[in-house]
Design a protein around this ligand. Structure first.
Ligand SMILES: [Zn+2]
Length: 161
């Protein structure tokens, strides 16, 4: 008698107990092929963006894998940081996750004042107007894994005080 196997989420061929390098790339990036897995087994996942569907696929792939995997995330900051937050949820330590950021892509700035998330292509250290409170935010070189966003503080806080 055969019991039908549980349906597997499409696209995650990561066998359970996989120990190796999981390379996840989001559409804008095309350079994961060059990442050196150091001779370890390698599993590729490709997504168009970090939407709820792809993130849940990533989550199930990570949860099926063993302790000791390495995760390489390639793509725009907004995508890889969303994926990094999922990895953190799944118990991966920061040193097990490598972010290969396409710096020309979108990043998310989390307003320290009104907690609105503003997407921008401006680099770290530059200013962006908060979509919530219209404050000029300086994009801090501080990434919050919990918010999956860069923190933004009023750029003119000192002068305005
Ligand atoms: Zn704000």
């Amino acid at each position: 008698m055969r019991i039908a196997s549980l349906p597997q989420p499409a696209g995650t061929g990561c066998e359970s107990g996989f120990r190796g390098v999981v390379c996840v790339s989001f559409d804008s990036a095309d350079d994961t092929a060059d990442h050196d897995a150091g001779g370890r087994p390698r599993h590729d996942l490709r997504f168009t963006s970090a939407n709820p569907e792809s993130l849940s696929e990533l989550r199930s792939a990570l949860l099926r894998s063993s302790v000791g995997i390495r995760l390489v995330l390639t793509g725009s900051p907004v995508d890889i940081h969303a994926a990094a937050a999922v990895a953190a949820e799944c118990g991966l330590a920061e040193e097990e996750v490598t972010l290969v950021s396409d710096e020309s892509g979108l990043r998310v700035v989390f307003c320290a004042h009104c907690r609105t998330r503003t997407e921008t292509v401006e680099p770290i250290g530059s200013e962006v107007e908060c979509q919530g409170c219209a404050t000029d935010l300086e994009i801090a070189n501080h990434f919050s894994r919990r918010q999956a966003a860069y923190l933004g503080f009023a750029a003119n806080a000192e002068e305005a005080a």
